[in-house]
Design a protein around this ligand. Structure first.
Ligand SMILES: [Zn+2]
Length: 347
């Protein structure tokens, strides 16, 4: 990459995080808070050994250590029975609300770029909400607005199984020939009305392009790898990357060994650089999937280690101007360009 190349030390990377706005698009921590009573405000030693280090990656002290300004908390549900999914998302929102009520000086709900910047200026971690899997709607459009009011800023249309919206890339009910359903199309429109960004992680290729064709505002892919680096059914191809770029969206690279194809932190760099090569430097972002039962690579064992990635990127020649975009600038741009709907408040 051009000019201004600097190879950063960990401390310099940390200092850069303090200056810019670092945002991660995907962590499943709220489920741990809801189901296991995981205390977001307490510092946790990583509970699992490295090879099965599948959760316990995120808490407020380590978000601060990592220099993270904002974290998307993604609310996921087991889809069978579909009934109960709306309630399950609500319970995860309750758990986050409760943490916020207990620690108002440390954590704040945010939805817009301005709110994220204000939280950072006030010394708080910005919390943003997302849903993983459209089964959370239980087949009704009416569920979207109340979720938006509670802070949900993106909706992942699919997860690991078919739902009323469409088909997953793989899993129960997958079918590459089927795209979005009629209801799925209505969901994309209703999301736009409510200021909820469409997240295309996990959806099959046909549904992906159906959703993009309908979208009038930037979408995101909150957590994924890319096929240009590693062949895995979960990853997306170059055409999918360019299509998101054309819509002004962003793509968060997942920190999961199996989708990266390697246990090395350099693999995360490879996936990010491939996105830049194919789709330009306005698209690449971070989508760790921390606490999502994935094993992160060496050097990224938890969110506190995030400056290691900034160091690794700088060593591969990524200029500070581009680093800031990858670390959060591209996500802020998407947040700024999709107006949030109404005011935060009770459902
Ligand atoms: Zn996922």
């Amino acid at each position: 990459m051009e000019g201004e190349q600097v190879s950063l030390t960990f401390e310099e990377a940390r200092a850069m995080h303090a200056e810019c706005c670092v945002l991660d698009l995907h962590a499943d921590t709220a489920k741990l808070m809801d189901k296991l009573g995981y205390d977001l405000a307490a510092r946790h030693e990583r509970p699992m050994p490295t090879r099965v280090n599948v959760f316990g990656h995120v808490d407020l002290p380590r978000l601060r250590d990592g220099g993270v300004a904002g974290q998307f908390f993604s609310f996921w549900t087991t889809p069978y029975p579909e009934r109960g999914c709306t309630r399950s998302v609500s319970a995860q929102l309750d758990a986050l609300d409760e943490a916020m009520a207990k620690h108002p000086d440390d954590l704040a709900w945010t939805r817009t770029g301005a709110e994220v910047r204000a939280a950072k200026a006030a010394g708080k971690i910005a919390a943003l909400g997302g849903i993983e899997g459209g089964q959370a709607l239980e087949g009704t459009l009416d569920a979207i607005e109340p979720f938006a009011r509670r802070g949900v800023r993106y909706l992942g249309l699919l997860h690991f199984s078919a739902n009323a919206i469409g088909r997953p890339a793989k899993g129960r009910g997958s079918d590459a020939t089927e795209g979005l359903t009629g209801f799925g199309r209505d969901v994309v429109r209703e999301c736009e009305r409510c200021g909820v960004i469409v997240d295309l992680a996990h959806i099959n290729r046909k549904g992906y392009f159906d959703a993009l064709e309908l979208a009038t505002v930037p979408p995101m892919v909150s957590h994924t790898g890319v096929l240009g680096v590693h062949q895995h059914w979960r990853n997306i191809d170059d055409e999918q990357l360019r299509a998101v770029a054309d819509k002004g969206g962003c793509v968060g690279v997942i920190f999961a060994r199996r989708y990266l194809g390697s246990a090395s932190i350099e693999a995360v760099v490879d996936h990010l650089l491939h996105i830049i090569d194919v789709a330009g430097d306005e698209v690449a972002a971070l989508g760790s999937d921390f606490d999502g039962f994935v094993v992160p690579p060496e050097g990224l064992e938890d969110v506190a280690a995030l400056p290691n990635l900034t160091v690794a990127l700088s060593r591969r020649g990524v200029a500070p101007r581009v680093l800031e975009k990858i670390l959060g600038g591209n996500v802020l741009r998407v947040l700024d360009s999709v107006p949030a709907w109404g005011e935060l408040g009770p459902a």
